[in-house]
Design a protein around this ligand. Structure first.
Ligand code: ADP
Ligand code: MG
Length: 353
């Protein structure tokens, strides 16, 4: 599938962060491997994340995303290769790494029987935040995740989205520079999910964070991340900005056009337009056109029709999605995998809206 004319997706990532300025790596893995017995869950992955970046690991269930995060956050040892966080080798200097990172694991781990404040307070103590500073830090993170007025609520009364926000606050209570989030929005409804994205984007700016996020939601990776690595079966199959990744997929912009008057000539005319890789007649006067440049093809098409005095009754251009990118590199659809793995958080008794 990967032709000689295509750029190598693994080399396409820029080392600039979202603001376009070059920065040193906040974290990196070098040929990192994890074996569980004879099963290789992570098969020699390398990437680095610049300071201030939001970097996404996108892949289906079982791809190895959580295993990668666990190795990078000192929770499990790598079988070979190495991980560096804030310049520290994770295997040689785990305590130094733990001091500068915040980690939000995939499962919810705040105690449902404690209040929001109590959950945060335990973490502040665990991370040795000085006594005199705890109240201030807690107040700040509560404000940052918009939970100030729920400070004394029992955690089990919170909705799923609020509980996620509490977990995010907890991961920030010791003011880390580097933030790891494993599937921060899995199980949330679309509205809560978007609220979490917005919050993370704000936190990145206001608290100067570098983030590594895993997700199997393409929209999440697309909206939130500066760069994305697509992971499948323990290997990294492509890496780059969302735009770079989408550009790397040939002929997958789709232009759909409906002509008022159908003639046999449309097929041949459309095939000759700039960028077009294939044309399919769907029904009378209705064509589906694959192109490497939706905008150029659309402009040429409109000009052609105007020149011929023909009328278009409808015209639509669909952009390449990260789903197309995933299909391109793996031959499978991420959406299909996603459906299998979707679960919703069960409502909690007496949950707040
Ligand atoms: P993801 O987070 O992308 O869904 P994981 O990193 O959790 O994937 O898992 C990657 C693969 O490693 C899966 O096939 C999973 O079953 C396997 N795996 C994860 N943890 C263990 C473990 N402790 N022992 C054996 N296999 C594991
Ligand atoms: Mg996981």
């Amino acid at each position: 599938m990967t032709g000689p004319s295509q750029p190598n997706p693994l080399q396409s990532g820029s080392s600039a962060n979202g603001n376009g300025k070059a920065a040193r790596a906040a974290m990196a893995v070098e040929n990192i491997v994890k074996k569980y017995g004879t099963f290789e869950a992570v098969k020699g992955v390398s990437f680095s994340v610049a300071e201030g970046e939001i970097f996404g690991l996108l892949g289906p269930n079982g791809a190895g995303k959580s295993t990668l995060i666990r190795m990078m956050t000192t929770l499990i040892p790598a079988t070979s290769g190495r991980a560096l966080v804030a310049g520290f080798d994770v295997s040689k200097d785990p305590d130094a790494v733990r001091n500068v990172i915040g980690v939000i694991p995939q499962a919810l781990t705040s105690d449902p029987d404690l209040t929001v404040f109590e959950n945060l307070s335990i973490y502040a103590k665990l991370y040795s935040v000085p006594r005199g500073q705890r109240e201030k830090n807690i107040a700040e993170v509560l404000e940052a995740v918009d939970l100030t007025k729920w400070r004394d609520a029992q955690t089990k009364t919170l909705s799923g989205g609020m509980r996620r926000r509490l977990e995010i606050a907890r991961g920030l209570v010791h003011n880390p520079h580097i933030f790891f989030l494993d599937e921060p929005t899995t199980g949330l409804d679309p509205v809560s999910r978007m609220a979490v994205w917005e919050m993370l984007d704000n936190l990145r700016k206001t608290r100067n964070l570098t983030m590594l996020i895993t997700t199997h939601y393409m929209e999440e990776a697309d909206k939130l991340c500066d760069r994305i690595a697509i992971v499948d079966h323990g290997t990294l199959v492509a890496m780059g900005t969302p735009i770079e990744l989408k550009r790397g997929v040939p002929g997958s912009n789709v232009v759909e056009v409906h002509f008022d008057r159908d003639t046999e000539e449309w097929q041949g005319r459309l095939e000759k337009l700039v960028g077009v890789t294939s044309v399919k007649a769907e029904s009378a006067g209705f064509y589906r056109v694959l192109t490497s440049s939706g905008s150029q093809t659309t402009m040429a098409l409109v000009e052609l029709a105007a020149g011929l005095g023909e009328t278009l009754t409808s015209l639509s251009v669909q952009n390449t999605t990260l789903d197309d990118v995933f299909v391109h590199y793996t031959g499978r659809q991420l959406r299909d995998e996603q459906v299998k793995s979707v679960f919703m958080m069960p409502p909690r008794p007496g949950a707040q809206p």
